[in-house]
Design a protein. Structure first.
Lengths: 339, 300
């Protein structure tokens, strides 16, 4: 495998409301920031992740290219997924050996529509979407199947929000309180907040990475695995695909200082900790994680960015980032980063 | 710059809905649903997938052409309760989402369960489909309106009417109460005084012929604080107590009032509060309740 590293990461100051920016206005500052940090202004490959249903417009990602400077023509691709998968595509592209750098970005404004119902559209269109099964409802089915304890969930939310308050990019959310349910057994605070935001990462291979970064965050393992789409065909009490991806990425081959997990519901953190067999001493989501800021389609990429940032800043030696897609942790991407 | 932010309302819609072809496997399932049947499809390994998929999820092998009728009853594997239904939801009242393993199936179906409240839901709950009327079924997952719990209990209305007479002992006692006195019976054999008046001794079985008039004062021997309203009580909470009338050997049950409930205690001295003489009838209602006399407590 060709050595590839994260050498720069930037993200917006995420908001819980629409700041009135178009997608390219949202992205432009973070693209500028990673260009400055990496010292690169052109890239061998560019890949983004976003979802047209968030904006309610087809090919909405195309206009986002205005933020890049796509002339003379650039080599560009897009995934209709969280931008963590755009990073995976860029990593694969760098394995070809003919280009040495890649720009990856993701963005989403959940404030514009109804995220719970937008996420219904990703479901099986014959058996599930016509029932109107919304995002919080299917997550609650998994929480119920897993049977998480209330105190344990509350503690995850409390810790995530406290860490989020210390992260200037995340939302300022109060300690969880209230007895009402969103969909039982989930309370409103078990659900990641509606967030607008964007993030960008620069990847560089081999010597270019060493040249541009003092302490590159080397991707020593990256893998994704998926499960059947129909919820009733799966064991919702665990995440076999996260388990398999974690094993393939080599999570267990060394200590894990920090793990950034794409848990959009508090119980998902418990399932993911088990799937990735994270030791008790691993610090989980020190950024606050998705429960403190969830700019959909950038949230997974931010996990990789945050895990890489701990290495770039010298705070950690080996970190793990997880990203997910699909209902109830259906599809999972695990990245191992090392100094 | 405009002073108000510009906002436009925007809808993304396929007017009339988006038409999808079903293929043979899903088409068979939806066709059977329209006819009021639920079928699964058998995989090469012999598992029955419900709802049918075109490929076995674990191996990717195409499923067989063998369709198996399942259910209609099934078992709830796990559930989530929706207290406030959303506009896209299948029911417009609180309901549960559930993974339901239909009898004969090896996988679970996701659907709604129309239960009265979250307390009615549990893993293991047996449910059956509630079908839309045949004329309204079109070959769609919502041809099943929802699942409903199997019947495990029913309510049988029972009401009988009787004419009841108090009997000789109680009639005699009530005559006393109408006249403002408590009549007791004394067993000469046991030397015990029973109130209300009775014609036989519950201890030795002897006939009682001696009537004794007792005063309307007594002592609380034990009591309970009641938090459910009762038409006889002046307020909630109220106190019902055993009161041993002076001169009696057994206590009588009555209300205690004109005192905060938390101040009532064992050994407290009380006196009957009577209805005014002109309102009195042959009824215990003549004694409204007992109220503290203010005398020192009695050692029981």
């Amino acid at each position: 495998m060709r050595e590839v590293a994260v050498i720069a990461f930037a993200q917006t100051e995420h908001t819980d409301h629409d700041e009135g920016l178009t997608d390219f206005e949202l992205i432009h500052p973070v693209i500028q920031e990673v260009k400055e940090r990496s010292g690169l202004s052109r890239f061998g490959f560019t890949c983004s992740g976003s979802c047209d249903y968030l904006a309610g417009a087809p090919f909405s990602f195309v206009s986002a290219l205005d933020a890049l400077g796509a002339w003379p023509p650039i080599s560009e691709s897009h995934v209709e997924m969280d931008a963590a998968w755009a990073l995976y595509e860029a990593w694969v592209r760098l394995q070809h050996g003919d280009v040495d750098s890649a720009l990856v970005y993701g963005f989403g404004k959940s404030s514009m529509g109804d995220l719970r119902e937008i996420m219904t559209l990703q479901l099986d269109p014959y058996y599930l979407a016509p029932l109107g099964l919304d995002q919080v409802s299917f997550a609650a089915l998994q929480a119920s199947a897993y049977g998480a304890g209330r105190a344990e969930l509350d503690e995850i939310v409390r810790r995530s929000r406290a860490d989020g308050r210390n992260n200037p990019r995340a939302l300022d959310l109060d300690d969880p309180s209230g007895e009402e349910f969103a969909v039982q057994p989930l309370r409103p605070y078990d659900v990641a907040p509606i967030t607008d935001g964007a993030a960008a990462i620069v990847l560089a291979a081999g010597d270019l990475a060493r040249e541009l970064a003092e302490r590159p965050a080397w991707i020593t393992g990256i893998a994704h695995r998926i499960e059947p789409h129909y919820l009733g065909m799966r064991d919702l009490t665990r995440s076999p695909s996260a388990e398999a991806a974690g094993r393939a990425a080599g999570v267990g081959k060394g200590p894990v200082d920090v793990a950034e997990l794409h848990a959009q519901f508090s119980h998902e953190e418990l399932i993911l900790r088990e799937a990735l067999e994270l030791p008790a001493e691993t610090v989980v989501n020190p950024s606050g994680g998705p429960l403190a800021a969830n700019p959909v389609m950038a949230t997974g990429l931010i996990r990789i960015g945050e895990a890489a940032a701990r290495i770039l800043d010298g705070g950690a030696g080996r970190t793990v980032a997880h990203a997910t897609s699909g209902p109830c942790l259906q599809h999972n991407l695990v990245t191992v980063l090392e100094a | 710059m405009p002073s108000e932010p510009l906002v436009a309302e925007h809808a993304l819609e396929f007017p009339g809905g988006y038409t999808r072809t079903t293929g043979p496997v899903i088409g068979r399932f939806l066709t059977e649903l329209r006819d009021g049947r639920i079928v699964g499809v058998r995989t090469a390994e012999g598992r029955v997938l419900v709802p049918p998929l075109e490929y076995e999820p674990e191996t990717g092998e195409p499923v067989t052409g063998d369709y198996v009728e399942v259910g209609p009853a099934g078992t709830v594997m796990s559930w989530a309760w929706v207290e406030s239904p959303r506009k896209g939801h299948p029911l417009d009242r609180p309901f549960a989402w559930a993974l339901i393993k239909l009898d004969g199936a090896d996988t679970a179906l996701v659907h709604a369960v129309g239960a009265d409240d979250a307390k009615a839901m549990r893993p293991g709950l047996r449910v059956r489909p509630r079908w839309k009327p045949e004329a309204d079924r079109i070959g769609h997952i919502t041809d099943i309106s929802c699942f409903v719990p199997e019947v495990t209990a029913m309510v049988a209305p029972i009401r009988m009417e009787y004419r009841v007479r108090p009997g000789r002992s109680l009639s005699r006692f009530l005559e006393g109460v109408r006249d403002g006195v408590f009549l007791a019976g004394r067993c000469t054999h046991c030397d015990k005084v029973y109130v209300p008046f009775r014609t036989s001794c519950p201890e030795c079985g002897s006939a009682i012929s001696e009537e004794v008039e007792l005063p309307d004062t007594g002592t609380v021997t034990t009591f309970a604080i009641n938090n459910l309203p009762d038409p006889r009580a002046p307020e909630v909470p109220f106190v019902s107590a055993y009161i041993q009338l002076d001169g009696a050997d057994v206590p009588m049950i009555a209300l205690v009032a004109d005192v905060p409930a938390h101040e009532v205690r064992q050994g407290m001295r009380v006196r009957a509060v009577w209805a005014p003489p002109e309102e009195r009838t042959l009824s215990m209602a003549n004694i409204r309740w007992f109220a503290p006399t203010g005398e020192p407590d009695v050692e029981l």
